[in-house]
Structures are given as C-alpha cells and as structure tokens.
Design a protein around this ligand. Structure first.
Ligand code: F6R
Length: 602
C-alpha cells in the first residue's frame, strides 16, 4: 500500500525517483520523500500530501554523476500523515524506506531508546535504521550490520537502506511485501511493482521472500538463509501500458468505460463455441476436488460471493466464501479435496496472501484469480488465471471486479463441464450469454447523462441501502462499497429478503434504497421486498428492465434474458451512480481519503 523506488547510477536521480513514485502514488498518498547520496553529498526531502508537493519542494534540486537514491510514497499505518512520519527515515548517517509492518518494533524501539536513541517519528520503520546503526557499531562491515538487523525484524516488509558508511551501495530485503530489481547496463533500479521501472530497466528480477542483498554499480549480490545465491533476470517489457486518463475526468471513469473492451480480452481463447477452455489449468486440475473455498477481501470478496451462487447452481460444486482476514485466525478446517481459490486485483493483499499460504500448508490445491502477473499471490499459487483487466489505477475497483466476475462465471461453467455434471445445452446457453457481456457493459451517453442528473438528489440523507437477491445481493454489497469509498456517505448492501428482519426500522424518506430488480431472477420476490420499503416511505431508486410504479427514481436497463447480463449492466449503473455522487460532492474520485490501492499490511 505504500510504494518504494530506488535507483543507483549516473542518471538524474530525482527525476527517476519522482517519476517512479508517480506511478505508485495511487498506492498511498499521504506523504512522500526521497533521499540521495552522491559522494559525500546527502540530500533528503519530504512533503505531506500528494506527490506534487514533493515535486514543488525539490524544484531547485538536481543530481549529477553517480549516486544512490531511494524514495517512498506512504499510506499511514503507524503514526499520522506528517513529514516526520514520512519516509525515508533517518538515523545518524543512514536512510531507510519500508513497506509492510515490523511487528516487534515496539520491543526494538524500547531497547534502542534505553541505549539513548532518540526517535523522531511514530513509525515502525524508523526502528530499522536505528537498529542498523547500532549493529554497525559492532560489525565488521555494513553488510554484516544489515544482515544482523534483518535477523531481528519480525513481520512483513520490503526495505531499502542507504548509508554514508557505504555511499555507493543500496541494501535491500524482501520478506512478505513485494519488491523487484531492475537492470539496465550498470544501472540498478528497485521498486515495489514493475510500473515505475518500465521504460527504464530492460531486465528484472522479482525478489522472493527471505531474499536480501546489496547493489553496487553493475553488481547485485543476492542472499537468503542459505547464503549467497545466483538468480536469473527476465526481460522486462519496454511497452509502458499507457494508463493516462485519455480524456476522462478520472481513472475510475475511464476504467468503467473500458469494461466492455477488456471483457473481450478476459474471454479471449477461453470462451469457445461450445466449451470453456483454460490453458492455465491442467486437464486433471479438478480431479479429486469436491468443493471450493474462496478467500478474498473487499471488492474481490464480493465477486467471490457472487460466484458461490454460480459454482453451486451451474458447476454443481459446493462453494464457501470467506473474508481473508477472518479466515486467517479462525483455525479453519481444511481438506485436500477442497480447491482453495484466492481472488485479488493486485495480487499483493496481505490477508489474502497469508490465507493462501495457510491453505498451501494444509496441503490444498490452490488457484488464484488475479489481475497482476508475477504478483506474490500468482507466484504462490499452484495455478493462476489472469483477469486481463489491464492496469487499474482508480482506488475504487471497477474493471477488476467485472473481469473477476467473468472469470468466475467461466470457471463455474468449466467445473460443470469438466465434472460432466451439466448438459451441453446449459453450456451453450451460458456461452451465448457470455458473448453478449461486452455489449451489456457499454456505457451509453443516455445512461451516463441520466445517472448524472439523478445523482443530485442523493447528496444528503441518512444512508443508502443497496438491495438485491441471489447474485444481486453481492452486487448490492459492491454497489454500496463503491458509494461509501468515494462519497463518504453511509451505504450498506443487504439481501432484499432480510430487510424485514431489522433494517427496515430505518426506513423513512431520507433512507435511499437502490433496488436491483432483475427480470430474469426472482423479480416478484424482490418487488414485494421493495414494496415493503416503499410502504414505509423509503425513497426508492429502482434499477430494472421492468417499469416499477412505486419507484421515486427509475433507471431502465436493457438486458432481461440472463441474470449475468443483468448483473453486468446493473453493475455499471451502480458504479456510475457512485462516481457522479462523488463528483458532485467534490471528492477526489481516484484517491479517496484514507484508502490505498494495494493493501499489503494486515
Ligand atoms: C474496493 C477495493 C478494495 C479491494 C481490496 C482487495 O474498491 O478496491 O476493497 O478490493 O482491498 O484488494 P485486491 O483485490 O487487490 O486483493
């Protein structure tokens, strides 16, 4: 959730760091900082808020010749977003940047304070640099001190350290948080994901957990618990996937509009005339598998929940879904006959990754559905299906959710097909519907304009209930999450049939109900649930292909033949509604407060 970059070489370091941090800014943007050592010149800048503040502050600063440098963009975990808490953290003569959490930092800090060390920040990170300088006093070399420091850290981290005691070397370590090293001639780059170094480095090595070492001009030394090790670099694409806004006001808006086209990529080579094909899965991948357990967080959890209906109804296989952070500590009963699926846009979500590791330890077969190739979750899984949504920059996830939902729908069908539990006719019907999905995702001017006009009536009130049944219940949860993330208004998703068991007590004209009323699934049931709310004077915004007299606002959808097509079309409506409400409220749609794109801490 924070972002790290590092660079060692002769090029202009400030620009490389700031450009790299720009690519990572969506991961955390409460402060940013850089530190550069050139010979005996050491410079350090920090600024709170967005990266442009750091750019402004470093306007007059330029680097020259060979040097080493590190940078960081922060999402606060320990301590408030202040300049003192921003990275890089300074010791007496060293700087450190860090992603993740040092779990035993309090213990270490107390020891260091007892030795007379003065801490400037409230962060766990600062412990690393002081611990290093303490170890340095009694070590033969900087590297030995770095190794001793690492051996004392508990938790998950990726870290870079530079020190005046060795001014031409960057020290690095990865343990549970992502980090990679890029190479171009003698230049060495570090980053917490590959976007900052695309177009700069030509080759890359993705560090594994437990690896650490140091880089000098043209040299990288890599170690793990067994000592020095060799490694193989991979070619890094130079084709920077342009994630510019392309005329849209926000990345989120662009990503909503993109859903129709990326869905084609998601299906390519997988949805065939009368069969579903996953090259990623061995023929016997589902052999001896009789149930599915899915773990995920946030939006990815919602796509998982929707898929549990599909795995049971279409795939004829039992499917449980759990929030990863809950799963981790419940001492779950796991069996080898259950396939363990993780779903993640980033592939770096700490809770999901840890849940996956638990499943592996229990001997389960694992599959990940992920948007980022080479991410930690992908690398950790037995098999991975990429969602192919392209880079998602808006913090509020949209196209990742859409493509996850599609992959899971295909997978449910694939399970039924592989296990021979469903008819060819059903497969054909589902495939026919799948092929229409890109169309159902098209955002027309008429729809966007309608949602824009209607959004002005939803800027107040005491809350929103998004309601739906079956797969439209997880969609309601997701609609509510989108709205609360970027509008900061209270919103809840609820199964429509549950409202009468308590929440209906909240109903009055200032309670806004967004009712998902598909024609092809339980229409009469949801209709009577909405009628109950209307009778209590709740304000109803109905989304349905069928006109609904009791609606205060009505958004008519087009698809009514297949629940998944209705699902995708209604998904777009809820995304646009959240977007337009947030814009009217003047919020930063792409970087909503308190959030970060990738949550690599527990
Ligand atoms: C919401 C959102 C988050 C993520 C969650 C899991 O818009 O983006 O709820 O879905 O943090 O992230 P991933 O999918 O990267 O594991």
């Amino acid at each position: 959730m924070c972002g790290i970059v590092g660079y060692l070489g002769k090029n202009e370091k400030k620009e490389i760091l700031l450009d790299g941090l720009q690519e990572l800014e969506y991961r955390g943007y409460d402060s940013a900082g850089i530190a550069v050592i050139e010979g005996d010149k050491l410079n350090n800048f920090k600024a709170i808020g967005k990266l442009e503040n750091l750019r402004e502050k470093t306007k007059a600063y330029h680097t020259e010749g060979f040097g080493i440098s590190i940078g960081h963009t922060r999402w606060a975990t320990h301590g408030k977003p202040t300049e003192l808490n921003a990275h890089p953290h300074l010791g007496a003569y060293s700087y450190v940047v860090h992603n993740g959490i040092i779990e035993n930092y309090q213990e270490l800090k107390t020891e260091l304070q007892a030795d007379g060390v003065n801490f400037l920040s409230q962060t766990d990170t600062e412990t690393i640099v002081h611990l290093f300088e303490k170890e340095h006093k009694s070590s033969d070399s900087v590297f030995a001190a770095f190794e001793k420091t690492l051996s004392k850290l508990d938790g998950a981290y990726a870290t870079l350290l530079i020190t005046e005691a060795d001014p031409d070397t960057i020290y690095f370590a990865k343990h549970g948080s992502p980090m990679l090293v890029g190479f171009n001639g003698d230049d060495v780059y570090f980053a917490s994901s590959d976007t900052p170094i695309i177009g700069k480095a030509t080759e890359v090595y993705y560090l594994e957990d437990g690896e650490y070492g140091y880089a000098k001009e043209g040299v990288l030394k890599l170690f793990d618990a067994n000592g020095e090790k060799s490694f193989t670099k991979q070619a890094l694409t130079a084709d920077k996937v342009s994630a510019q806004k392309e005329g849209y006001r926000f990345f989120m808006e662009k990503e909503i509009y993109e859903q129709s086209s990326v869905m084609g990529d998601t299906m390519m080579g997988r949805v065939l005339d009368d069969t579903i094909n996953f090259e990623e899965l061995d023929k016997d991948f589902f052999e001896n598998i009789y149930a599915i357990k899915i773990c995920a967080c946030g939006t990815s959890y919602h796509s998982a929940l929707a898929s549990s209906y599909l795995f049971e109804r279409i795939g004829k296989m039992r499917c449980d879904v759990e929030i990863a952070s809950e799963f981790r500590y419940k001492e779950p009963f796991l069996t080898e006959k259950t396939l363990f699926i993780t779903i993640s846009q980033s592939g770096e979500t700490a809770d999901t990754l840890e849940a996956l590791k638990m499943a592996k330890r229990a001997g389960m077969r694992t599959l990940s559905i992920c948007n980022v190739d080479n991410s930690s979750i992908v690398r950790e899984s037995d098999a991975a299906i990429l969602t192919r949504a392209g880079i998602e920059k808006g913090v509020a996830s949209t196209k990742a959710f859409a493509t996850q939902s599609m992959v899971l729908w295909m997978l449910a069908l694939y399970v039924g097909q592989t296990k021979n539990t469903i008819s060819q006719e059903l497969i054909k019907n589902e495939i026919d519907a799948m092929i229409h999905t890109p169309k159902a995702l098209i955002v027309t001017d008429k729809l966007h304009e309608k949602v824009h006009r209607l959004s002005k009536r939803y800027l107040h009130g005491h809350g929103f209930f998004f309601i739906g049944r079956d797969i439209f219940f997880p969609l309601a949860l997701e609609g509510a999450l989108k709205l609360k993330e970027i509008s900061y208004m209270h919103a809840e998703g609820y199964p429509a049939g549950e409202m009468k068991h308590g929440p209906i007590a909240l109903a009055d004209s200032e309670l806004f109900t967004i009712a998902l009323m598909p024609k092809s699934m339980h229409y009469d049931k949801i209709k009577s649930n909405v009628e109950e709310l209307s009778a209590r004077d709740a304000t109803i915004c109905a989304i349905s292909p069928l006109p609904f007299d009791l609606a205060d606002d009505f958004i008519q959808t087009n698809y009514d033949s297949h629940p998944m097509l209705e699902y995708f079309e209604m998904m777009v409506v809820t995304q646009l509604l959240a977007l337009e409400i947030s814009v009217r409220l003047g919020n930063d749609v792409d970087m909503p407060r308190n959030l970060a794109k990738s949550v690599t801490v527990e």
